[in-house]
Design a protein around this ligand. Structure first.
Ligand SMILES: C[S@@+](CC[C@H](N)C(=O)[O-])C[C@H]1O[C@@H](n2cnc3c(N)ncnc32)[C@H](O)[C@@H]1O
Length: 370
């Protein structure tokens, strides 16, 4: 969890916490205002300025910051030290943001809070961590205290256990079972105005109240439980990074776009989209050698991708590295069933290579004698 979210935060914390379509600073701030307002409006009663509030999984403080104006005694905790560092850099010392273990709230005493809230955190948590946290939230809430969280309730949807990005959907019964761990009672659910096109479902805000004793045995979640990202998680993260890089490039932030593409490559080195996109930026900047180096790396990592060999041949030919270009074409032709459009491209590179010696011969013939 920590490594996953640190990695995401390193690229662009604001994008990864708000995931707005525009991926801009303005859309980040808009999302903060909208979500903080919905958080307050849905509470049974407005929180008093003395309320002790915990923002669980606060990221870089997107919601902690606007809520601190109403509830100065707010603390944000997050498993990602990188998110916390960036939040502190954005909002300064006035906002109390702290790294946490990612599985418990051991640093807080029982009954330390009147209100705990959590936005866009629990649906991404491995189920054993979600269970441990429901217990912990109940423990740190005073009796009568409230827990308000964003969640998905509907037909069960369970990505791989170690996935920290894909959305999990819990059934109403599973929500009740989780609530019981923390001695919490579900007060109600409100739909959030966003429909996920794949799940065909809207997320909900859930209000819970601490009314009962905690479960007799605390659920266990081991600290290092989550290892390498699952395949789905990697695929989802890769596409979100590609999307961010595209938006950055649209805004002319080529340096940032290339840094994002570099992170995407580290995440899935055998995928070609980030290499191709990055090489395209290099070509547009007139840096053909930079583009060729990237494509050479792609060839090493994914020798079966036909487009890699065509790009290599084209770039090498343009840089007059004719032997490299010919070898790349040969590798392309040895691939099983290379796509037709790329075969045409290969023919055009071959033609360009063929014409070179002739040009040189012509030049030699036409060279004036001394
Ligand atoms: C999509 S972001 C949302 C951040 C913030 N709640 C907001 O709405 O801006 C999810 C956040 O949950 C944090 N997170 C993930 N797993 C966590 C865990 N086990 N404990 C605490 N924070 C966690 C991540 O580091 C990340 O900052």
């Amino acid at each position: 969890m920590r490594l996953d979210w640190d990695r995401r935060a390193r690229v662009d914390a604001r994008y990864w916490v708000s995931a707005t379509e525009e991926a801009t600073q303005a859309s980040y701030l808009d999302s903060a205002e909208r979500d903080a307002a919905a958080l307050i409006e849905g509470l049974p009663a407005p929180p008093s300025p003395e309320a002790r509030v915990l923002d669980l999984g606060c990221g870089c403080g997107r919601l902690t910051a606007p809520l601190s104006a109403r509830c100065p005694q707010i603390i944000g905790v997050d498993v990602s030290a990188e998110m916390i560092a960036q939040g502190r850099a954005i909002y300064g010392e006035g906002l109390d943001l702290r790294p946490c273990s990612g599985v418990d709230l051991a640093e807080f005493e029982a009954g330390a809070f009147d209100l705990v809230f959590s936005y866009s955190v629990f649906p991404h948590l491995p189920p054993e961590v979600a269970a441990a946290y429901f217990y912990e939230v109940g423990r740190v809430l005073r009796l009568g205290g409230l827990f308000r969280l964003q969640f998905w309730v509907g037909p069960a949807h369970r990505p791989a256990e170690n996935d920290t990005l894909s959305i999990r959907v819990y059934t109403p019964q599973q929500l009740e079972d989780l609530a019981a761990l923390g001695g919490l009672r579900v007060l109600g659910l409100e739909e959030i105005d966003y429909r996920d096109p794949i799940l065909d479902l809207c997320p909900v805000w859930v209000n819970l109240e601490r009314v009962d004793p905690l479960a007799p045995v605390a659920p266990l979640a081991s600290r290092g439980a989550v290892g390498a990202p699952s395949d789905d998680e990697r695929g989802l993260e890769y596409s979100l990074q590609m999307y961010l890089a595209m938006r950055q490039a649209d805004r002319g932030e080529i340096h940032a776009a290339e840094a994002t593409l570099s992170e995407a490559i580290q995440l899935a080195p055998d995928r070609l989209e980030a290499y191709v996109q990055w090489a395209t930026h290099r070509i547009e900047a007139g840096d053909l050698m930079g583009a060729l180096k990237l494509i050479r790396e792609l060839n090493e990592r994914n020798a079966a991708a036909p487009i890699g060999w065509i790009y290599r041949a084209r770039l090498a030919e343009a840089l007059d590295l004719d032997k490299e270009a010919s070898r790349a074409l040969a590798r392309f032709h040895r691939l099983p069933q290379p796509p037709e459009d790329l075969a045409q491209e290969a023919a055009s590179v071959a033609e360009a290579l063929d014409s070179k010696p002739k040009t040189r011969r012509k030049l030699k013939r036409g060279k004036p004698s001394a």
